[in-house]
Design a protein around this ligand. Structure first.
Ligand code: SF4
Ligand code: SF4
Length: 352
């Protein structure tokens, strides 16, 4: 029998190359690791509490439609997905956000820009003084009907967070599809030409995530590499690099399971648990919404259909913002993806 230590002093049985399963209820066992310790048990061992603060941000999935179908995608997004947020849902969100005095909106998908109401929704949020971050896959700038998108973003000074999992063509195309690297480079050059990445008002962050089943390298060192490679080879500049860990759910978990790597990857995440990350976890400070307006603790829980606080399914307009602070956060084994090493969130690392 092997012993695996979980800092500071927990050990977990590991037999015949497998974690001994814990007695934990998991509904969606196909799309999530099912071996190793449960997240809340490790939090308890460290005497850490994970509850919501009063949220100031809505992270909204505007739909699963995407022009790409990347291997690592935890949304399982793609060109054939039909789930899309309606204007009716958007109107209810806008009304709630106004009363709740929400300060920030983080728009994601799929490709959020492919929602037919995307621009109208953004303008309504801006009118309410809400600061927008849009998670743009860059290639969408070249989709039919999106020719003016880059300029449209610039005119509204919308912060862009753009996925570019590597600075080499082979790696990007392997993860995202053939030709994606070239389009991404052309898109970044277009955004730079408009001033993105060159001033605080036109923030352009890039997102790195590992190509395989390993943790991201040091974010600061990687940012230097990106600056050097993209600057020297393509004359591209950007604001910051965000290093994100791949969370073992859905499409990525399927691929790991198929390749016999899921248990090893989960082991890697668990054995790198960093208690210093817990206070910064993104689930503490935001409310996540799906395309129907249902509330979740984070985007990953949304994809696993684990409702906010693990309770009944609710919509944003069913909840009162004053009731959220102190509410519990639903966790499961995938949460170790957020606390491994330097930690991971939609804003990059959580602890140095
Ligand atoms: S671009 Fe983003 S949302 Fe679209 S498939 Fe790739 S990872 Fe998923
Ligand atoms: S997966 Fe979601 S709920 Fe779990 S730690 Fe990460 S952000 Fe929080």
């Amino acid at each position: 029998m092997n012993e695996i230590s979980i800092p500071p002093a927990q050990s977990i049985r590991f037999e015949n190359g497998q974690f001994v399963p814990e007695d934990v209820e998991i509904e969606n066992t196909i799309n999530i690791p099912t071996t190793g310790p449960h997240f809340h048990e490790v939090l308890n061992k460290h005497e850490l509490n994970l509850v919501h603060e009063k949220p100031n941000e809505l992270q909204m999935n505007l739909g699963k439609l995407c022009n790409l179908a990347c291997h690592h995608c935890h949304v399982d997004a793609g060109p054939k997905r039909t789930e899309i947020m309606t204007w009716e849902v958007m109107e209810k969100i806008l009304a709630w956000a106004k009363t709740a005095k929400i300060e920030r909106a983080d728009l994601t998908g799929g490709a959020p820009e492919l929602n037919p109401h995307f621009r109208q929704f953004c303008d309504a949020l801006i009118e309410m003084g809400i600061q927008i971050t849009s998670r743009c896959n860059i290639t969408v700038l070249f989709e039919p009907g999106q020719e003016d998108l880059a300029q449209w973003y610039k005119d509204r000074e919308i912060r862009l967070v753009c996925s570019l999992p590597c600075y080499t063509e082979d790696n990007v195309d392997a993860q995202r599809g053939k030709g994606v690297f070239d389009k991404s480079i052309a898109g970044l050059q277009l955004l730079n030409k408009l001033g993105y990445g060159k001033s605080e008002k036109l923030s352009l962050d890039l997102v790195y995530n590992p190509i395989g089943a390993h943790l991201p390298p040091d974010q600061a060192e990687l940012e230097d590499d990106y600056r050097n490679m993209l600057g020297e080879n393509f004359d591209i500049v950007f604001s910051s690099l965000l290093a994100i860990t791949n969370i073992p759910i859905n499409r990525f978990a399927h691929a790991l399971r198929r390749d016999g790597e899921l248990d090893d990857y989960q082991h890697l995440l668990v054995s790198n648990f960093n208690p210093m990350t817990v206070d910064q976890l993104m689930c503490k400070s935001l409310i996540n919404l799906d395309w129907e307006g249902r509330v979740f603790d984070c985007d990953f829980n949304q994809m696993l259909e684990i409702p906010m606080s693990g309770g009944e399914e609710r919509h944003l307009w069913d909840i009162n913002i004053d009731d959220i602070a102190g509410a519990s956060i639903a966790t499961n084994r995938h949460c170790f993806g957020c606390t491994a090493g330097a930690g991971s969130s939609c804003g990059g690392i959580l602890a140095d």
